[in-house]
Design a protein around this ligand. Structure first.
Ligand code: KIV
Ligand code: ZN
Length: 382
């Protein structure tokens, strides 16, 4: 079994979303939980961006016990100086520096030639290296960067001392086989690649961030950058809970993480409530409906044997149990099950009568809860 490192960027790429800004105290609470969760790297912020962010990164660095604390920078000397200062108290630290490498970024953002971008990348890594041993380089918009040039940049920054190469699909453009092929190309064509770790950083503009990250690790990457609940710029980043559970549900991939999955549900709620960013009910792993069954056919199966319609035991991700939701699509098995839970053992004849009455009420309201059930049973005259 090989380990994929989890690089959590909830407090950096996640927190930069409109409306998701957190105060320093809340960031510390979340950072501590992420540390208990078992993330390998915790990107605490972008220290040069504001005095408040600097302070948070500094305090997180003092607090975190196990994870490596990382600060983001552009390929700019002053950014790197400030990040180094912010993370200097961390037990284990990393500077994350980089520059755009796609045609579009080089031409329109930097008005620079490919050679100039390459020089700036190498200079940034060397400068970061003067502060810390562990330097991650990001080739922004790598998803749309020509593979040959990307390999040249990776080779040069490894020579300059980069320990991790982040290959971001910044715009969420790549298809999984394309992103996987990019990782494979780098594994096969970058001299010195064994000295560094390739990292997936995928955005979800086409709903492919998780699939792309998995394709990345299937092709040699050994770090995934992700956020709790998949929050992040625009349509979000790769969702931490999804990649962790995909690797755990597919042991044949021979890849795992060090994440304590039983904490996933709790930390999802903490992040969602702190940021006032609701989780969509049908979100994989942590959505309110992820373990809820409402159609009669599914309910009948789950009541007989949970595995008929669930591939994950809810307890494994910190959810107490699956729920059997009563709606007009529910069948007798679900009704009998829920009635029994609140103390009513119904025989076949009784169940038929109660079911008739149940359907009348269920057609009028979305869901039947435990307060409605006794009234329905009484109204059935059994
Ligand atoms: O999406 C991206 O390219 C980023 C980099 C700054 C790593 O977030
Ligand atoms: Zn990003």
């Amino acid at each position: 079994m090989d380990y994929v490192e989890i690089f959590d960027t909830t407090l950096r790429d996640g927190e930069q979303v409109p409306g998701c800004k957190l105060d320093s105290k809340t960031k510390l609470i979340i950072a501590e939980q992420l540390d208990y969760l078992g993330v390998d790297v915790l990107e605490a912020g972008f220290p040069i961006s504001s005095p408040g962010d600097f302070k948070s990164v500094e305090e997180i660095s003092k607090l975190v016990k196990n994870a490596r604390v990382c600060g983001l920078t552009r390929a700019v000397k002053r950014d790197i100086d400030v990040a180094a200062e912010a993370i200097k108290h961390a037990k284990r630290s990393r500077i994350h520096t980089g520059i755009g490498t796609s045609e579009s970024h080089m031409r329109y953002k930097f008005n620079a030639t490919a050679e100039e971008v390459l020089e700036r990348a190498v200079a940034a890594v060397k400068h970061a290296k003067s502060y810390v041993e562990d330097v991650e380089f990001y080739a922004e918009d790598a998803g749309r960067t020509d593979n040959e040039f990307l390999a040249k940049v990776c080779e040069a920054v490894i020579k300059a001392g980069a320990t991790v190469l982040n290959i971001p699909d910044t715009t969420g453009y790549c298809l999984p086989d394309e992103y996987g092929a990019k990782m494979k190309y780098l594994m096969e064509n970058v001299k010195g690649i064994h000295k560094a770790r390739l990292s997936c950083h995928c955005h979800n503009d086409l709903g492919l961030a998780t699939a792309n990250s998995i394709a990345g690790v299937q092709n040699g990457a050994r770090q995934i950058e992700c956020t709790i609940n998949g929050i992040g710029e625009r349509a979000g980043n790769t969702s931490l809970e999804e990649v962790v559970m995909i690797l755990r549900q597919h042991p044949n991939l021979n890849l795992d993480t060090r994440i304590q999955a039983k904490m996933l549900s709790g930390i999802s709620k903490l992040v969602s409530e702190s940021m006032a960013m609701p989780v969509q009910p049908n979100k994989a792993i942590v959505g309110a409906n992820a373990f809820a069954h409402s159609s009669g056919i599914h309910q009948d199966g789950v009541i007989k044997k949970r595995e008929t319609y669930e591939i994950i035991d809810p307890k494994d991700v910190g959810v107490t149990e699956s729920s059997i939701v009563l709606t007009a699509r529910s069948g007798r098995a679900a009704l009998a099950y829920r009635a029994k839970n609140i103390g009513y053992e119904l025989n076949k004849l009784q169940l038929d009568k109660v079911y008739e009455q149940f359907l009348v009420v269920a057609d009028q309201q979305k869901e039947i809860n435990d307060e409605d059930l006794p009234k329905i049973i009484e109204a059935s005259n059994i």
